[in-house]
Design a protein around this ligand. Structure first.
Ligand SMILES: O=C(O)c1ccc(O)c(O)c1
Ligand SMILES: [Mg+2]
Length: 622
């Protein structure tokens, strides 16, 4: 698979874009005209820079409103074409994208369009160049790739071919089976973009909300498979117009782009030819541990919280200042080492989650997948007798450890042989497990994090929702393994003072904001936590009045929920109960949940919880 990306997809000025694109590993780039016009490099300098970076110029684009004009308007369009072909000569581009016309004066008369494209083909061919015709979804007369193909076929000129763009086809739900009609040698370039399903005008949707394969909702696997079947051997070129990417980091967006194309190519259902076969997505079997970085004072407050929630210390690390706390299946590790990554994390973020251990079948296969996706491996020297656990960089630079299921018991026994208190929980919470881990991030990073999880692991995203914080909107979306043994919820917000933004601001970046622990009896667990002195989140009485109005619930049950500040949701027959602690050091907090055949996250309660948390927010966040 030959990879390319349009410069419009990446933030910054042209030279920054090109450097980021080359560094991410792309074979080529489409030069977007606006990037060239605003560049201080001339076309020859751009060409030289691309050559230095090892990037092919896969296309120059867009050329607008070529066909269907008459008289002086037509003459002017062809003059403009000649000038752009001159420019392409300097740039070293041999393919020009012509978008289907949106010009108010253009005619949809077929013979005229055929004649115009033929004429354009003649002019391009004289210079050894080609023109790819693309049906814009909002084109005035041509807005469907099936029509664009029939025009290209009938123009029947060697220099005139088709550019297929997944956005234009899939936004209009044009069946991908129609791609089978296109002759391979006539398909000049394939442009790839995903998008969330939104009910809005096509142009606005395309210019602001496109995203990378894996980040949106389009059936791209099927579309890519239809193209593969034509025998197409050319570039797969990302063309992503997205407001968040424009505001993001050029290198991260370019790297995500590269990752998303590998993800598409290695699609689990169908495969595209890759130079190196991509190892399959990694089944995530469970969350084996969550590691906190803490100084001794922070470790004390965290320990008090954990103890009140039913955890007990169950091990000391063999050589390090690290303690293991356990409840049921949940392992929390508190790292107070004076050096190493955990210490750096503590210095920057204060009390923080610096690593999450994911149980996998094979750490080697997980590393190979990560490597193919250019997810950075993390290495830190370890003592000779330490158990090596491979890891990669996850959200906010925190680590994702790959813990092999077959050897995890041996790992714990080896690493934490130290004296431990007997694991006697205050209440019978033996079956506690990690339900989900919530991470907060800048909205610009949100799609990147989503892609990281779904491309590395066998995980799927849920529908994206907006939740109302009293201080602004928050975007929220979950990623889950098929059996939901591993779940992450992601939150990001543009509102500067929403809880998620306050976290990112105070914490200096993205990280774990809360940990939800699933217990079999939330009333017992909440009661003993309260009795043990946990600072809980106070839920208003109005909420419980409304519960009584919304559901046919036993008044006693509501009274017990109110007494223990437990939130409730229902989904069909399923029921969900939630209990929140206050945050430690204004950052991380815990949630206890009980699920009774319920799959979600209590979204209808989110605004109640966020308002309760906003009562504790400092009056002014600078
Ligand atoms: O939004 C546009 O105008 C535009 C331009 C060029 C393209 O290739 C495209 O898909 C859209
Ligand atoms: Mg396009």
């Amino acid at each position: 698979m030959k990879t390319s990306i349009a410069t419009v997809s990446v933030s910054g000025i042209l030279e920054d874009k090109l450097r980021a694109i080359a560094a991410a590993g792309f074979d080529g780039a489409e030069i977007f005209e606006n990037d060239l016009l605003s560049s201080h490099m001339n076309a020859r300098e751009i060409r030289a820079m691309m050559a230095d970076l090892g990037l092919a110029c896969t296309m120059f684009q867009p050329f607008r409103d070529l066909e269907g004009l008459s008289g002086t308007l037509r003459a002017r369009a062809f003059d403009r074409l000649e000038r752009k072909l001159d420019l392409m000569g300097e740039l070293g581009a041999d393919l020009l994208l012509a978008c289907s016309s949106c010009a108010p004066h253009s005619s949809g008369e077929r013979e005229g369009i055929l004649a115009d494209l033929h004429e354009a083909g003649e002019r391009a061919a004289k210079r050894g160049m080609r023109i790819g015709y693309e049906a814009l979804a909002w084109g005035r007369h041509v807005n469907d790739h099936r029509d664009a193909w029939s025009i290209v076929r009938d123009v029947d000129h060697p220099a005139i071919g088709l550019v297929l763009d997944s956005f234009h086809s899939l936004s209009r739900a044009i069946p991908s089976s129609s791609i089978g009609d296109i002759r391979r040698e006539k398909l000049f370039l394939v442009q790839v973009a995903d998008a969330p399903v939104l009910d809005m005008d096509l142009l606005g949707w395309s210019r602001h909300f496109r995203c990378m394969p894996g980040q949106g909702d389009f059936p791209l696997d099927e579309w890519a498979e239809a193209i593969r079947k034509t025998g197409y051997q050319g570039y797969w070129s990302l063309e992503i117009f997205n407001d968040r990417f424009r505001a993001g980091s050029a290198s991260r967006v370019a790297l995500d782009g590269y990752r998303s194309l590998q993800f598409l190519a290695g699609g689990i259902r169908r495969r595209l030819p890759l130079a190196e076969p991509l190892p399959p997505r990694v089944p995530a079997r469970g969350i084996e541990f969550i590691e906190f970085a803490a100084n001794h004072k922070e470790a004390e407050s965290l320990a008090a919280m954990l103890r009140a929630l039913g955890f007990r210390p169950t091990g000391r690390h063999r050589s390090k200042d690290v303690t293991r706390w356990t409840q049921g299946e949940v392992n929390i590790v508190i790292n107070c080492e004076p050096e190493g990554l955990a210490h750096s994390f503590e210095v920057v973020h204060g009390l923080s989650v610096c690593a999450i251990g994911i149980a996998v079948d094979s750490a080697d296969r997980a590393l190979a997948r990560a490597d193919a996706l250019k997810i950075a491996q993390f290495e830190q020297t370890i003592a000779q007798d330490e158990w090596p656990i491979p890891s990669v960089r996850g959200v906010g630079g925190g680590l994702i450890y790959f813990v092999e299921t077959a050897s995890r018991a041996a790992m714990w026994a080896h690493e934490f042989p130290g004296e431990a208190e007997a694991p006697v929980p205050a209440v019978p919470q033996h079956a506690a497990i990690v339900d989900h881990v919530a991470q907060a991030m800048h909205l610009e990073e949100f799609l990147s994090v989503l892609l990281l999880y779904v491309s590395l692991f066998d995980m799927e995203k849920t529908t994206s929702i907006e939740i109302t914080d009293p201080m602004g909107l928050v975007n929220s979306q979950a990623v889950e393994s098929p059996d939901r043994a591993v779940r992450f919820t992601l939150n990001g917000s543009l509102a500067a003072q929403s809880l998620s933004s306050r976290f990112v601001h105070h914490y200096f970046g993205a990280g774990v904001q809360h940990i939800a622990i699933r217990v079999p009896d939330i009333f017992g667990a909440a009661r003993s936590a309260i009795e043990a002195g946990v600072e809980r989140l106070d839920i208003p009485d109005n909420y419980y009045d409304d519960l009584a109005a919304r559901w046919d619930l036993d008044p006693d049950l509501i009274a017990r929920m109110a007494e223990n500040d437990i939130l409730y949701d229902r989904d069909g027959e399923g029921e969900y109960f939630q209990f929140y602690t206050r945050a430690l050091d204004r950052s991380v907090f815990f949630e206890l949940v009980e699920r009774r055949d319920y799959a979600g996250y209590g979204a209808p309660n989110a605004h109640i919880r966020l308002a309760a948390q906003a009562r504790h927010k400092p009056a002014f966040v600078d």
